[in-house]
Ligand binder design. Structure first.
Ligand SMILES: NC(=O)c1ccc[n+]([C@@H]2O[C@H](COP(=O)([O-])OP(=O)(O)OC[C@H]3O[C@@H](n4cnc5c(N)ncnc54)[C@H](OP(=O)(O)O)[C@@H]3O)[C@@H](O)[C@H]2O)c1
Length: 334
């Protein structure tokens, strides 16, 4: 039996096409999930072109849906459980998923929202933790209008940090401002005082500038490199009081952190801002909009049956605004 999937195809306009693959056969510690929604990440587009995901293989990392076969070893959720996961090959109608890579959806959280959490939310949560987030820290988030950035702003603000959000243009400022940023800057202009933590997803010259703004003892987490530009450090930029520039990657199963993020989202303490939504047969539109920096937040795709599409023709651009935490409420980083 085969299932439909978004597979890597270098000859397609965005190197991805909707095709058919064999239905996956779950291993003993895996559940089989019928996927209803997937979320497109910047890294997926890199993966499709870089060879990291082989030609013909299923793309994607973020999926949400319902367990249709429980794990044979008795671990994990039972059939009928609604789940969200961070898993390779997520963009298919059915996916085998390790039980440690998923979280059950709390009541009140729908899959179309939860599916925006895995890659971007886990990257934001883990990089902030690694950097030693705490109350009163000055945290700079670059690429703050994007997926990782908007979650990092919200989580840092919730922990009582002073959050400075950097965006590429004035038009991109409103998302981070609504998410709890104390300051929103275009680039890094006007940021005079040092910062303790940088969550950087832009790289290039902005990473160099952020390093120069980092206080002694501080930490830059290099999460991504959307600028695609080289970072050239002036001589002696790395000589001085100790501070660190750390590489970052999501390198272990995300289920426990996904449970944290889904609980926060269900409580209304973390907002998934949907900047593009539509059926997955319009993947190319979503990919182009993400590439051209036209999406404010997450791109969410609905997995639709081949001949029974019921979606409206146009994607909707609006999603709920991230919520600023109430004054005085700083529950820390989970
Ligand atoms: N290491 C990991 O485990 C991990 C996990 C998740 C993501 N990532 C990486 O993190 C980065 C961000 O991912 P994302 O999902 O948040 O992407 P995204 O939703 O596309 O957001 C990226 C943000 O970067 C800014 N940006 C885009 N192109 C830029 C350019 N040419 N110059 C300067 N800024 C630019 C955009 O903000 P403006 O338009 O406001 O400038 C955009 O909001 C990507 O490189 C991704 O691969 C890594």
């Amino acid at each position: 039996m085969s299932v439909r999937a978004l597979v890597v195809d270098p000859s397609a306009p965005v190197a991805v096409r909707l095709g058919e693959v064999a239905e996956p056969v779950p291993g003993p510690g895996q559940v089989l999930v019928e996927v209803s929604h997937v979320s497109l990440n910047h890294g997926d587009l890199n993966d499709a072109r870089s060879g990291r995901v082989p030609v013909g293989a299923v793309l994607g990392s973020d999926a949400a849906g319902v367990v249709v076969r429980a794990a044979a070893d008795g671990t994990g959720p039972v059939e009928g459980t609604r789940v969200v996961a961070l898993t390779p090959g997520a963009f298919a109608e059915r996916v085998s998923i390790d039980v440690g890579a998923l979280a059950e959806l709390p009541a009140g959280l729908d899959p179309a929202t939860a599916v925006g959490l895995p890659v971007a939310g886990v990257a934001a949560l883990r990089s902030l933790r690694a950097a030693g987030l705490g109350p009163g820290k000055r945290v700079l988030v670059t690429g703050a209008s994007g997926g990782v950035g908007l979650f990092a702003v919200q989580l840092a603000a919730r922990a009582g940090a002073h959050v400075i959000a950097s965006v590429g243009s004035a038009a991109r400022a409103e998302g981070p401002a609504g998410a709890g940023a104390d300051q929103v800057l275009i680039g890094l202009d006007g940021l005079g005082d040092p910062v303790d933590i940088v969550i950087d997803s832009v790289g290039g010259p902005q990473l160099v500038a952020a390093w120069e703004l980092l206080a002694p003892g501080g930490s830059v987490q290099s999460v991504g490199w959307t600028s695609g530009e080289p970072a050239v450090f002036p001589p002696y930029a790395t000589v001085g009081p100790a501070k660190s520039l750390s590489s970052f990657v999501i390198d272990s199963e995300a289920g426990a952190d996904l449970a944290v993020l889904t609980e926060l989202a269900a409580e209304g303490a973390l907002t998934v801002r949907t900047g593009w939504q539509g059926p997955w047969d319009r993947f190319d539109e979503a990919a182009e909009a993400l590439h051209e920096r036209r999406i404010r937040g997450k791109a969410i795709l609905k997995v639709t049956p081949h001949q029974h599409r019921t979606e409206p023709r146009r994607p909707t651009a609006a999603g709920p605004e991230p919520q600023r935490p109430a004054d005085g409420e700083h529950p820390g980083i989970p």
